[in-house]
Design a protein. Sequence first.
Length: 304
Amino acid sequence: MLHHAYYWREHAPVDPAEGSVQRYVMSWGRPGDAAVIAYSDSGNVGAAWYRLFKEREPGYGFVDEQTPELSIAVVPSRRGKGFGDELLSALLARADDPAAAEKALSDLRARGVDAEPVRRELAGLLHRRGRLSEALALLGDAGKSRDPATLDVYGAVLAESGRFEDARAAFRRALELEPGRADVLLHLGMLSLREKDPAAARDWFMKSLEAEPAAAGTLAALGLAQAQLGDARAALASWDRALVLDPTQYDTLFNRAVLAGRTGDAEGARRGLERFIASAPANRYSAQIAEARRLLRALPAGRS
């Protein structure tokens, strides 16, 4: 894969200098390394990875010790089929440090790699960090894109910016290009929740789950819609499924405990609140942990 990342031309010769790029994979697994691999029936067909370098031993695109260098490789027979796009998205989804991922993508653009997938992924990172105006400026006229993933990110940023009708148009355009796309259906459901229409949201989430049944985030969102509709039993069941798939859904864990308490299940509420307090990262959930402790104290005494 290193050779395919180093040479983009098919049938490229082995270069004597190729050994010098071994630094991008040698002793893999050191702090800051991250990678994803694409497989098919024939084996590995692509990979994407990033690595941090020290100033005394820099890579060819070195910026600083906090900015990882990103590499993508796809075997010649599978190029032009969207593998590189999917690899980039999957790699960034694994990034532990959004700031470092943002720097890596910004560095790619600074070096002239300004393809639509790079702009889309950078806009998605900016969106998740609350920098909506920057994300919209980067996406530009993305409403004219023929890439459903770009339209999905564009719609999500528009929705967060309060431009609901424009967001809906972007999502529907994405579905015209790729019907049944799970992430777009999920975001249409989230848009319906913003518009205080939980029934429509529930229907969108159910459609998304038909396409991707094991999506913990979609199950968590479905539970929210069901709870707003007054269907506590269904909400609790959806949240239980979400937590089995992803125990780190801390918001879902908190919501489930609160709803259990409201429906008279004091022991279920107690277990959920205690688990939330013990497992949720304090730096991100300090306010909810304090509220969980308050709710725990307010519960009736447990059985002796």
